[in-house]
Design a protein around this ligand. Structure first.
Ligand code: EPZ
Length: 429
């Protein structure tokens, strides 16, 4: 398995192109199942999770064409996928495929909406918590599906099609909202989704569905109304920039010092995180090119942050912020409210010399003068990248093991950081 070797202590200077958002690209690809026409997605990131979903969709009979390089294109341009689900030949998503990536469970909604049936393996637990699917199932039932759970599979049926209905989520769920949206798009009648997730990736998927002929209003608010249509058509859509990748590199710059332009980044996608960075002592400015982040000289101030659904501070940046706060002058408090077990990075950051204490769902981070390189590893992609951030500021060499997790969510990480002066290399095997 590949490893990443980092020798810390170099400030970052230059530009980092921000890729398309993983967490939008995945549901957008799944939305391709809703139509027999071709859905063209631009700016799709080259990530292990995208490749895995290509395999899963392939198993349902979906053809995915990736055109060759165009004149003038560079490695920084995202890929284009032509997704054609003209014929769905298999409505089962087997355990071997779904267990590798939780988001693939979301195929259940378009499959049952278009084909009247779907048999999808339960995704099971994962490194960051139990992550049940009860609310996704509730949403499908509210839209007229009958659900059976058998042998670890969720079997959803709606022989005469789904029906418009009211879906009221007792807690905000991104996957639940994607599921309800895709199911309601082809349901007979109007659906209302209450307490919907407001994440930008939901808005991106709703925009794409509308281009495909869906009638969705209110995406980006807590109340989404979907007027079902009998069929959807092909469309072309460009994936929005990755706000988590943006926030990650912004924190890396705040950690090392320096000055970096995050090209193509959009501030409204991560305002809460940018506000925290400014409080901690980084400078953030917005230009036509993207978001410029710098920190020169001054130390880092501690912060108190609680994760919550959008537009609050995202759980997907919690580990990275914790890495940053290991060097702050004073004690920071970071409270995780979305996932019950998303602190695996704590003990790995401690290997680098971080002083972190857990009190329930809150981490108290006592800033230290310096971190020292060490071998580390993590079992989740955001935790892994938090170790990269810490390593960039640590004295000496850090070896980040199990790079597979980074490749799931960060495109060419070593190249993007290396171009800004970091000493980062990938060691194969
Ligand atoms: C999405 O996961 C993201 N994944 C996650 O990013 C992200 O951390 C999360 O949203 C929260 O923002 C993708 O978009 C592919 P949820 P999702 O349903 O949809 C509970 C990353 O690193 N819940 O919003 O699975 C759940 O346990 C990943 O890129 C239920 O109780 O998250 C959690 O506590 C990790 N029952 C809360 O809701 C359900 O049926 C929010 O989860 C569903 C969820």
């Amino acid at each position: 398995m590949d490893r990443i070797r980092i020798v810390g202590g170099r400030p970052l200077h230059g530009a980092i192109p921000i890729s398309g958002a993983k967490n939008a690209a995945l549901p957008l690809m799944i939305a391709g199942l809703l139509t027999e026409e071709t859905l063209i997605l631009d700016n799709v990131p080259r990530l292990a999770d995208v490749a895995q979903l290509q395999r899963i969709l392939g198993n349902h009979g979906v053809d995915i064409l990736v055109p060759g390089k165009k004149k003038g294109a560079t490695v920084d341009d995202g890929q284009t996928l032509h997704i054609s689900a003209a014929k769905i030949i298999d409505t089962t998503a087997p355990y071997e495929l779904v267990s590798k990536m939780r988001a693939s469970f979301w195929v259940v909604a378009p499959l049952v909406a278009r084909m009247g049936e779907a048999k999808v393996s339960m995704p099971g637990g994962c490194a960051i918590g139990t992550r049940p699917v009860d609310l996704l199932i509730m949403a499908l039932e509210q839209l007229g599906a009958t659900i059976e759970i058998e042998g670890g599979y969720v079997i959803a049926r709606a022989k005469n099609g789904l029906k418009g209905g009211e879906v009221v989520f007792p807690k905000v769920t991104v996957g639940g909202t994607h599921t309800a949206l895709m199911a309601a798009a082809l349901a007979n009648g109007t659906s209302v989704i209450e307490n919907a997730a407001r994440e930008p990736e939901i808005v991106d998927v709703a925009d794409c569905l509308n281009k495909m002929g869906a009638k969705i209003t209110g995406a980006g608010t807590s109340r989404i109304v979907v007027e079902g249509v009998p069929r959807l058509k092909g469309a072309r859509h460009s994936v929005l920039p990755d706000r988590i990748e943006t926030g990650t590199y912004a924190m890396a710059v705040a950690m090392t010092g320096g000055d970096v332009m995050l090209q193509g980044a959009r501030p409204e996608l991560l305002q809460a995180a940018l506000d925290v960075l400014v409080k901690s002592g980084a400078q953030v400015s917005v230009t036509n090119e993207g978001i410029r982040v710098s920190r020169n000289g001054g130390g880092l101030a501690p912060v108190d942050v609680t994760t919550a659904p959008f537009p609050e501070f995202p759980t997907d940046l919690q580990a990275q912020l914790m890495a940053l706060m290991t060097r702050a002058r004073g004690t920071s408090h970071i409270t995780e409210t979305i996932f019950e077990n998303r602190f695996m990075h704590v003990q790995e950051l401690a290997r680098l010399g971080a002083q972190i204490r857990l009190e329930g769902q809150t981490a108290l981070i006592e800033g230290v003068e310096k971190l020292k390189g060490a071998p580390v590893m993590a079992t989740d992609l955001r935790a892994s990248v938090s170790l990269v951030i810490a390593a960039l500021a640590a004295e000496g060499e850090t070896m980040v093991n199990r790079v597979y997790h980074l490749d799931r969510g960060f495109e060419r990480l070593e190249d993007k950081l290396g171009r800004c002066g970091a000493d980062v290399s990938r060691i194969s095997g």
